[in-house]
Design a protein around this ligand. Structure first.
Ligand code: 13P
Ligand code: SF4
Length: 348
């Protein structure tokens, strides 16, 4: 419990789905959810959502036979599901990954404008030059990249499996060229002591978490556990009780004995955390300096583009659907699939 009178950083459950669907009232939201569920079924489509998207969309995915998960398991679920149409609620690399793994399926997203700063920060032409300058390195790229960057790689990893994969490459004596997230790369380098050259990308959301403010907050909640996604800066990771992917954070919240947690990742995850742990308290890690009460940060602006309304439109309006279908050049897809298959086989 707090032992000082400082601002309350916790969000009420109503504040958690901060994305556009909040502009709808409860009746509109439940009507839209009902409509979307019917259309998914009528169109033989399955909804696959990331933990960061609107809580209503996460619920819909689970209620309609779809799936909510981290980026690794989204990829696996899409690949293994028999539906001909996949609707991916997340950011573009997630839709692209689904298409690369299942070129025979049609993959749609509520909006293809949902980008990722890591993907945007790693242009394939520049990355190709980086590779050319270090031909003796094994190229390991984070899933948060374009199909073109994946097609240049030996391995794709997500934060769920990066540590194990890099450990095994190191055991083989391989030197690693890593892209794009410098924080995740540095974390893995520290953990494995692997020989790694790092690209200098960052996640606009996780980079904002601040160690000093987090330490101050811990004085207010001394019993709180700290859960950190490894896209955060090293100074924040150093304070963590558990570091890991979104699914690892959810697992740690369940398994650790703490009743209160400070969580350094996108606040969309609070929907699942609160559902699964109704008696625990989850507090957003601070994203600004001393005493800050930032409530609009810690949410990926691109994940927030997934809304009930554009999801419904996708299933209703043929022109909108055409505009928001993921297409990957088949030859590029074949090349990009190799490092993705390696990742999925590694953890099969
Ligand atoms: P996860 O692979 O942990 O789900 O993370 C994806 C992501 O984009 C984190 O910002
Ligand atoms: Fe990319 Fe960061 Fe958004 Fe994840 S939270 S999709 S890494 S910008």
């Amino acid at each position: 419990m707090p032992n000082q009178s400082l601002p309350d950083y916790s969000l009420s459950p109503e504040q958690v789905p901060l994305v556009g669907s909040l502009a709808l009232n409860d009746t509109e939201r439940s009507q839209l959810k009902e409509q979307i569920a019917q259309k998914l079924q009528a169109q033989g489509a399955v909804l696959i959502a990331h933990y960061y998207v609107d809580g209503d969309i996460q619920d819909l995915a689970e209620q309609t036979g779809g799936f909510v998960s981290d980026s690794l398991e989204m990829a696996r679920f899409g690949r293994d599901h028999k539906a001909e149409n996949l609707v991916v609620a997340g950011v573009r690399f997630m839709g692209e990954t689904a298409k690369i793994l299942s070129p025979e399926k049609r993959v749609f997203m509520p909006t293809l404008n949902a980008e990722c700063s890591l993907d945007l920060g790693c242009p394939p032409e520049d990355f190709a030059q980086f590779i050319q300058a270090h031909p003796d390195h094994t190229v390991v790229v984070y899933a948060n990249t374009s199909a073109k960057v994946k097609a240049l790689a030996d391995w794709v990893v997500t934060s769920s499996c990066a540590l194990e994969i890099v450990e095994s490459l190191k055991a083989n004596g391989e030197k690693i060229l890593w892209a794009p997230d410098k924080h995740l790369g540095a974390y893995i380098q520290t953990q494995t002591q692997a020989d790694m050259l790092l690209w200098s990308g960052a996640c606009v959301v996780h980079e904002e978490f601040k160690a000093k403010a987090l330490t101050d907050l811990l004085r207010v909640y001394p019993e709180a556990g700290v859960l950190v996604h490894p896209e955060s800066p090293a100074s924040v990771i150093d304070i963590a009780d558990a570091v890991g992917s979104t699914s690892a954070i959810i697992k740690a919240a369940k398994e650790l004995p703490n009743e209160t947690f400070i969580v350094a990742t996108d606040r969309g995850i609070f929907h699942k955390l609160r559902r699964e742990n109704p008696n625990k308290t989850f507090i957003e890690a601070p994203t600004a300096g001393d005493g800050a009460t930032c409530r609009s940060c810690a949410h990926c602006p691109w994940m927030a583009m997934n809304e009930l309304r554009n999801l419904d439109r996708l299933l209703t309006d043929a022109a909108y659907r055409q505009k928001n279908e993921i297409l990957v050049d088949p030859a590029l897809g074949v090349r990009a699939k190799m490092p993705l298959d390696r990742m999925l086989d590694f953890q099969a």
